[in-house]
Design a protein around this ligand. Structure first.
Ligand code: 13P
Length: 250
């Protein structure tokens, strides 16, 4: 079975409920029936309900941008996995570089979130990626491998098949400086080799690229054999642009 391509929009801390509704309505009518690829929208928590309604009856899926690992308790400001399911999310982004860098999330916490998400039936989208300094030091493979290893090692095959990995080089996020398709493919190939090495069904795990994906570079990226989709920030906030990304031609 070939891997189904995944085009996911991470709206980050953007969109009021009204703005999110308009964006989701626009996408629902433009790409709500698209076949052969998965389309996932990740609005902020406050807009999950509105986006759920806007995409009802379409093939578009709903994701959250973060989750806590615990089921309930005194964790002011946090959201539990069950709350996300209740809000209609079917996936959740974990370990985004902004959460790692700005909110000190580490590999162990991200692994616990991943296990809690899987346990309740949410599909984790786990982000990994190196900083520019790490790349310049020749440490890209080491950094990305240890993040992937921490998230994935020891999962059973069924669980691993429900995970999506997103390779997002930090230097390419929000900078307009996209990784070349060769740079991205190189790391994607290494991630897949690592999954194989640790005994997971590597051929079945989608690996997305993220970092300045735009309508004018998506086709080239998607033509690479190990790039199975895109996790899109800025360009997912606009209907025409994200629709074009969903309708990439490889
Ligand atoms: P940009 O597409 O804005 O570079 O953001 C990428 C990203 O961080 C998606 O999670």
């Amino acid at each position: 079975m070939p891997r189904t391509p995944v085009l996911a929009g991470n709206w980050k801390m953007h969109c009021t409920i009204a703005e999110a509704t308009a964006l989701a309505d626009g996408l629902a009518s433009k790409v709500g029936r698209v076949e052969g690829r998965r389309v996932i929208l990740a609005p902020p928590f406050t807009a999950l309900g509105a986006v759920r309604k806007a995409i009802e009856g379409t093939r578009i899926e709903l994701a959250a941008q973060n989750v806590h690992d615990q089921a309930k308790g005194a964790f002011t400001g946090e959201i539990s996995p069950a709350m996300l399911v209740d809000a209609g999310a079917t996936s959740v982004i974990l370990g985004h570089s902004e959460r790692r860098a700005l909110f000190d999330e580490g590999d162990d916490f991200i692994r616990r979130k991943l296990e809690s998400a899987l346990a309740i039936g949410l599909g984790p989208i786990v982000c990994v990626g190196e900083t520019l300094a790490q790349r310049d030091d020749g440490r890209t493979l080491a950094v990305v491998s240890s993040q992937v290893d921490a998230a994935m090692r020891g999962l059973d095959a069924t669980a691993a098949r429900r995970v999506i990995i997103a390779y997002e080089p930090v230097w390419a996020i929000g900078t307009g400086r996209v990784a070349t398709r060769e740079q991205a493919q190189e790391v994607h190939g290494q991630i897949r080799a690592l999954l194989q090495e640790i005994g997971l069904p590597a051929a079945d795990v989608p690996i997305l690229y993220g970092g300045s994906v735009k309508p004018d570079n998506v086709d080239g990226l998607m033509a690479e054999p190990d790039i199975d989709g895109a996790l899109v920030g800025g360009a997912s906030l606009e209907v025409e642009g994200f629709a074009r990304i969903v309708e990439y031609r490889a």
